[in-house]
Design a protein around this ligand. Sequence first.
Ligand code: IMP
Length: 420
Amino acid sequence: MATAVLGLQWGDEGKGKITHLLAQGASMVVRYNGGPNAGHTVVDRGVKFGTHLLPAGAFYAGVTSVLAGGVVIDFDVLRREYDEVARHVGAKPRLLLAENAHLILPYHRTLEELEGSGSRFGTTRRGMSPAYRDKAAHVGVRVGDLLEPRRMAERIEWRLELLRREWPKASELEALDPGELVRSQRKLAEPWLESIVDASDVVGRALVAGEPVLFEGAQGTLLDVDFGTYPYVTSSTTLFAGIGPSLGIDPSLVTRRLGVTKAYQTRVGEGPFPTELEDGVGAALRERGGEFGTTTGRPRRCGWLDLVALRYAVRLNGITDLALTKLDVLEGLPTIKLCTAYRIGGVETDRFPLSGDRLADCEPIYKELPGWRGALRPASWSELPAAAHRYVAAIEETVGVPVTLLSYGATPEDTLRRDL
Ligand code: IMP
């Protein structure tokens, strides 16, 4: 059975741990959106990694990893983490690259700085939006171009010419040489020059053959370019549906859609966040949960779990079941709140607005539940404290899908599976 792992919040839900856990039983792990803006925390055999581009399949022998067409690749980042993981596992992981995936080139990061979107939107400054924009504007460079250096240099030359017209005073752009860029990119991509494939064909065949293919989502539903809190969003489709255009496959073949949510809410970067706690409780969640960005190190904003947003995310993705992460971070709180509705202009609603600006006007309405004491180390569901049980049940009832994985620590062992 094929499975997709999807973030249901503003990213950082713990997808890294969950995909790492499930990758062990997969034949293929396919990353299908975003780029080095993602930060997946993985603890593999006691060693902690923060991966940005490398799919979790790389940690297991015999599992093929794929970067799909919808991903934008920064080869500088990919090469560094591939070499690091290869050293750790003592072998070269099998990694295939879609020939139609786009490259993030140094001028994409320069452009993001020149435009100031880092400070305006709190982006990760990894060149994401300029790279996706170049793709849509037909001026991008694709992985397949690495095999045709002359054509690649011509494309870059044309792109630089346009950029220099737009930014005549930018010396960083002036200094760039297309031929040199092609040489350096080919050098970085050297381990994979023979692993550039039609990913639609490779992954499509595996799906039709009924292989256990795992799709690794990046970012979260609320950062989706169309259905997130626009304009405070990322530049790719983070939803389950994004698997289709990213790979050119029939997404209905992916029958399990596992949504990942933390037991509370976090956000990094700018944008509305109705349940944000700017008090001691928010600070305690940040400290206990180690809520600092994997990619940028920025402190994450923390708050109570927002069930209005979660129900919306479950609906948008057709989620079949949930992985609830970081439940241990709530230990010891006397009461825990769950946001079940919003009040906007004096009117109560349980609908998530399609605009980030409207979400900023929403006030949360909470339901209070008792907390629990003591460390959460349940060997089975029946060992969960009654209050923790009630908390999980309240989430399931509101969003309408069951929790099948419960995570209460960073390592794979700190996980409880539930067969339904
Ligand atoms: P960008 O993806 O770098 O353009 O950033 C756009 C927004 O998405 C910013 O608020 C980032 O903080 C956020 N973002 C992008 N990737 C991630 C992620 O993997 N986790 C959490 N937030 C992210």
